[in-house]
Ligand binder design. Structure first.
Ligand code: URA
Length: 267
């Protein structure tokens, strides 16, 4: 065998080791001698020169966190329920405000010791600017009456202060922007106990991912901002309207609330 042959074999072996183990053309190409690639088009050049753009999630997250911090600072600065209501009426970082007709802040007696928290206003609430005035509200009124209460002896609000269009479930951004106001709302009312109506309220107030079927009927504690309040999660009246058999469990939850309030000398 000639030296040339040995050399060619050695080069082939080396190429295979380097991963070039497949022939893709009949004639060899000397890449070092090939003409340089064409210059990039103008748009590609501009893109290459532009500063590195961050991932869209990172861009979206920053303003959200800033808005939530702003909401927290503003809410904490409110020292009365009236101030909180007026501040919310001017608060324009929550996109729901733009599509709602009215702010839905609260109804009832804040000194009653008993605070109900629902999900979000519906069409009737949006029109009237009051929580639970539609069919769910009528059922809630009957449930209140069953434990000897009405809106002069109970206080009612929601986790969300404006109606989500089409009654859709509030997004996590909408919830996050309302939470600081809800927390301040609870702080300013300082009820003897909280009743959470449905999954959204339970999720937001208890920071729990458990379903309402598991949560309901068991006393929990709200321990935020120095408060230590008993909490009763129960079904949302809208759910009870669709599932009449669940009313029996809700009735039990309401009785629990009644007994607990009686044992803590409520109004
Ligand atoms: N459902 C709610 O959760 N809140 C209301 O105010 C009305 C219906």
């Amino acid at each position: 065998m000639s030296d040339d042959h040995d050399l060619a074999l050695a080069m082939l072996r080396w190429q295979v080791e380097m991963g070039a183990d497949e022939a893709i053309g009949d004639a060899p190409v000397n890449r070092l001698a090939a003409p340089p690639p064409p210059p990039p088009k103008a748009a590609e050049q501009r893109a290459a020169a532009a500063p590195q753009v961050r991932a869209p999630q990172a861009l979206a997250l920053e303003p959200v966190q800033e808005s939530v911090s702003t909401a927290r600072r503003i809410a904490q600065g409110c020292n009365s329920l009236e101030e909180l209501r007026e501040t919310l009426a001017r608060f324009d970082l929550c996109p729901l405000r733009a599509t709602a007709t009215n702010l839905v802040f609260a109804d009832g007696n804040p000194d009653s010791g008993l605070m109900f928290i629902g999900e979000a206003p519906g069409a009737d609430e949006d029109r009237q600017g009051l929580p639970f005035v539609g069919v769910s509200g009528q059922l809630l009124d009957r449930m209140l009456a069953a434990i000897g209460r009405d809106r002069t002896t109970a206080y009612i609000t929601n986790t969300i202060f404006w109606r989500p269009p089409g009654n859709r479930t509030p997004t996590s951004l909408e919830s996050e922007l309302c939470v600081p106001f809800l927390e301040r709302h609870i702080e300013l009312v300082r009820p003897k106990l909280l009743v959470l109506l449905g999954k959204q309220a339970a999720t937001v107030v208890l920071e729990s991912t458990e379903g309402i079927t598991r949560l309901r009927g068991k006393w929990k504690t709200y321990t935020r901002n120095g408060l230590d309040l008993p909490v009763m999660p129960t079904y949302h009246p809208a759910y009870l309207l669709r599932n009449a058999p669940a009313k029996r469990e809700a009735w039990r939850d309401f009785l629990e609330v009644k007994y607990r309030l009686e044992s803590t000398s409520s109004v």
